[in-house]
Design a protein around this ligand. Structure first.
Ligand SMILES: [Zn+2]
Length: 278
């Protein structure tokens, strides 16, 4: 039983500010410990329920937030920037389940700590087949491509709600109640880790039950629309083949191949970073 963990940072109990999750700040080391404990709680719960192999893809910012020697379960850790498959690097069809750990709400979500969708300095909204999605929905394209179910999601309530689109059968664990973009009521980290451990164990049990968990389903052909903060970004995104401008600030990406679609999205995100105004 082989699990893929895509780990972000904003959805960890105790986290409400960028200073806690961006390296170079005094509070960052504390944030990193909180995240590591949550990731290990998920791995340990999954281990207890029979998972045997773990690949953890550190998906936040410079993507060097986790230290391999601190990880439970003898997990393989993927770190560093500019990974071709970004938040989903490392996933392939050999996995039995995907876990989204410490995820967060989309840029437009209400009551979502540190809400954003990939790049808060560039992306205003992302829609898949007309529906607003967060990072879970976008990353779900890769899980769907490889036909691996998303079995576990953790973060705040907004995270869980948005993940329904791609992971309606997943076990969900809420570790804090967001009060706004920079405030939350946190479940004590010890309790949060107990909940994560129990949730991950239930997720693995379900994943081992025939026909209980299914890969994400998308109505084909999939259209992915990105609305940017400014028109220049949409113009630049058009440089990518297959990207069509539908309004001054919005582009549409379309492909029959969900992995290609995700790659196009990653290319557009990387390209438009050059125009971020700070
Ligand atoms: Zn994120």
């Amino acid at each position: 039983m082989k699990l893929f963990l895509s780990t972000d940072f904003e959805g960890t109990s105790g986290i409400v500010a960028w200073e806690q999750i961006i390296e170079g700040n005094a509070e960052y080391e504390q944030g990193r410990r909180l995240l590591t404990n949550e990731v290990n709680a998920v791995i340990n719960g999954a281990l207890e329920a029979g998972a045997t192999e773990f690949v953890v893809n550190d998906s936040h910012h410079h993507m060097r937030n986790l230290h391999s020697q601190d990880l439970a379960g003898k997990a393989t850790l993927i770190t560093g920037r500019h990974k071709p498959l970004y938040m989903m690097q490392g996933l392939d069809a050999s996995f039995d389940g995907v876990c989204f750990v410490s995820y967060h709400g989309s840029i437009g979500a209400e009551g979502a700590v540190l809400s954003h969708t990939y790049n808060p300095g560039a992306i205003w909204e992302v829609r898949i087949n007309g529906e607003v999605v967060g990072e879970s929905g976008i990353n779900g394209l890769v899980a769907a491509h490889y036909a691996v179910p998303i079995i576990f999601v953790s973060g705040d309530e907004a995270t869980i709600q948005e993940a329904q689109m791609v992971a309606p059968e997943a076990e969900n664990v809420v570790v804090k109640h967001s009060l706004g973009r920079f405030a939350a009521a946190h479940i004590h980290p010890t309790v949060a880790c107990e909940l994560l451990r129990a949730g991950a164990a239930r997720a693995v049990e379900l994943a081992r039950t025939p026909d209980a968990m299914h890969p994400p389903q998308f109505k084909m052909p999939v259209s992915l629309e990105v609305t940017f903060l400014v028109a220049d970004m949409a113009e630049m995104a058009e440089w990518v083949r297959g990207v069509e401008r539908v309004s001054p600030r919005t582009v549409r990406l379309a492909s029959d191949n969900l992995l290609d679609l995700y790659r196009m999205f990653v290319t557009v995100v990387t390209l438009t970073r050059a125009l971020v105004d700070r």
